[in-house]
Design a protein around this ligand. Structure first.
Ligand SMILES: C[S@@+](CC[C@H](N)C(=O)[O-])C[C@H]1O[C@@H](n2cnc3c(N)ncnc32)[C@H](O)[C@@H]1O
Length: 290
């Protein structure tokens, strides 16, 4: 007799077209294994209640490979530590929620900070997702520095290579872009026409300031080199445990100029995690020792 736990969950059995989908078996043991693997790979701590999300996102990968049991998919992954599928596995389990000028109070602070800098400004956006955040930084550079902004650079990194592809394309639904101030929309976006109606693309003057690179914050080596005038690390630490957060903060410090700013997400507090940084304003930090 198979008990409920061994049988696994049975979510999403009905496709939107009303057809019965193939049964994919996700047991408690599979879910525990997925949580451990994504923790090892990306540092992401997946909560218990994320089971349905995990099922629906990874189900696509199983179907792609014609596999019906999560255990077989996971065993295949584990047998090949360098398999390309690891990238798809990781991409499937990241959360990419973002927006242009999210946490808007950070951008005037950034503007004020970069006005004071002499040398070409370099900023690292360390969890850049689909590009809205690094492009908002680039727009702030252009608004603040004018033609001198061409000497500035935004290094935008993320673990999720699908998100980075979208970011590099720089094309967004017009309704998302319309939430920005009208002046910014006019100055920084080109509206699509014909087959691209309903879309807007960031103008080359913005995108040319940003370089997108894959980077796992957990990797033993980071491909970015400081020193940076500002580091954005927003809405990613919440997915990590305290130990991982502390390790990452410790690695940020030597990559920052003495007066550099570190921007955190709205629900993140670095004060209790690292003594390398001190709070300078609402979710903005500076190095504790200059
Ligand atoms: C919720 S989004 C936040 C995006 C943006 N920083 C913002 O605040 O709007 C979190 C991003 O962190 C990325 N991420 C997750 N684990 C990561 C890791 N280990 N290294 C680098 N980026 C990671 C995800 O792919 C995702 O794009």
């Amino acid at each position: 007799m198979i008990d409920q736990r061994e049988r696994g969950v049975d979510v999403g059995q009905w496709a939107s077209g009303g057809q019965i989908e193939r049964d994919l078996v996700l047991t408690d043991a599979d879910f525990a294994r997925i949580r451990e693997l994504i923790y090892q790979r990306a540092g992401i701590v997946l909560a218990e209640h994320k089971r349905e999300m995990v099922y629906s996102r990874l189900a696509k990968r199983l179907r792609h490979h014609g596999i019906t049991r999560f255990t077989d998919y996971l065993s295949r992954l584990e047998r090949q530590p360098d398999a390309k599928e690891w990238e798809a596995f990781t991409n499937a389990l990241t959360t990419n929620l973002t927006a242009f000028f999210r946490e808007a109070h950070h951008f005037p602070l950034l503007a004020e900070h970069i006005k004071k800098q002499q040398s070409p400004v370099t900023i690292w956006c360390s969890a850049a997702s689909t590009g809205e955040e690094p492009y908002s930084i680039a727009m702030t550079l252009l608004e603040t520095l004018g033609p001198k902004a061409t000497q500035a650079k935004v290094i935008a990194t993320d673990i999720d290579t699908d998100a980075l592809s979208k970011a590099r394309a720089g094309i967004y639904p017009l309704e998302q872009v319309r939430k920005l101030e009208e002046g910014r929309v006019k100055r920084f976006f080109q509206k699509g026409t014909g087959g691209h109606a309903g879309l807007a693309r960031v103008r080359p003057e913005v995108s040319s300031l940003v370089e997108f690179l894959p980077l796992n914050l957990l990797a033993p080596q980071w491909s970015v080199k400081g020193p940076f005038d500002a580091v954005f690390c927003r809405n990613i630490m919440i997915y990590f445990d305290k130990d991982t957060q502390a390790k990452i903060l410790k690695r940020f410090a030597p990559l920052m100029k003495p007066d550099a700013l570190l921007f955190a997400g709205h629900s993140e507090n670095f004060s209790y995690i690292s003594d390398a940084f001190k709070l300078r304003g609402q979710t903005v930090y500076t190095l504790a020792k200059k």
